[in-house]
Write a protein that binds this ligand. Structure first.
Ligand code: PGA
Length: 263
């Protein structure tokens, strides 16, 4: 596989937390905290994923203060426009200068019935509108027991990448469902093993170049105290952080994993 440097990405998935006023205060504090600490945003990219209703406010703040933070949506419609009540088009999100859209988070899969086919059509829609899809895959505790850790994420990713072109810019997030919000993270070794399998899927589906450049994140109970272990693994290029992304100090410390713990 070609040697490339992948810029690590630390992404905060806020889920259904923080309204638009709280979002403004939070993003301001986060930027100050990281700038105070002289964080090198080119070395570790930082992105937040607020609720849809916050995105316009975040866009305005980021643009006005020229903040070096990326942001994205937590979901996107597979459709461009039309009679789809409650859905949000990728076209609207790119108008708000979102860089990313999370797709197929386990909460969307389990609570909203999102199938692999839906996840694939949303991935295609995101790319069409110039968004980088952050494709989430992961096994439940039951899958883990029945099939081991990699089988389900591998088949989910294969399905998600159907008809995606080899030059597509994507991010993959490996999030074992049993580790999300449970306080029980996977071990770095477990994350690495699945991430390595997922990179093979990218190579098969999109080619070696795509496999070499695509960032694979780990997600599930990431915090400042355990991030460094994941980041030491060769196939883990960042983290998708839920609960711990809602605390400015904790999230900044995750972003600054190189400084406070050493890698
Ligand atoms: P958690 O959530 O960090 O709270 O476990 C991760 C996620 O759902 O993306």
């Amino acid at each position: 596989m070609a040697a490339v440097t992948r810029t690590p990405l630390i992404a905060g998935n806020w889920k259904m937390n923080l309204d638009h006023l709280q979002a403004i205060a939070f993003v301001q504090k986060l930027a100050w905290s990281l700038q105070d600490a002289k964080h090198d945003f080119d070395a570790v990219e930082v992105a937040v994923f607020p609720p849809f209703t916050d995105l316009r406010s975040v866009q305005t703040l980021v643009a006005a203060d020229k903040l070096p933070l990326a942001y994205g949506a937590q979901d996107v419609s597979s459709q461009d426009s039309g009679a789809f009540t409650g859905e949000i088009s990728g076209a609207f999100l790119s108008q708000l200068e979102c860089r990313y859209a999370i797709i197929g988070h386990s909460e969307r899969r389990s609570l909203h019935g999102e199938t692999d086919e839906i996840v694939n059509s949303k991935t295609v829609a995101a790319l069409k509108h110039g968004l980088v899809p952050v494709i989430c895959v992961g096994e439940t505790a039951e899958d883990l027991e029945k099939h081991g850790s990699a089988a389900v994420p591998v088949s989910q990713l294969r399905a998600a990448l159907e008809a995606v072109s080899s030059d597509a810019d994507i991010v993959v997030a490996y999030e074992p469902v049993w580790a999300i919000g449970s306080g029980k993270a996977a071990t770095p070794d477990q994350a690495e093993q699945v991430a390595a399998e997922l990179r093979k899927v990218i190579a098969e589906s999109l080619g070696e170049d795509a496999a070499a450049r695509t960032r694979i994140l780990y997600g599930g109970s990431v915090k400042a105290a355990n991030i460094a272990g994941f980041m030491r693994e060769p196939n883990v290029d960042g983290a998708l952080v839920g609960g711990a992304s809602l605390d400015v100090t904790e999230f900044s410390n995750i972003v600054r994993y190189q400084k406070h713990v050493g890698v």
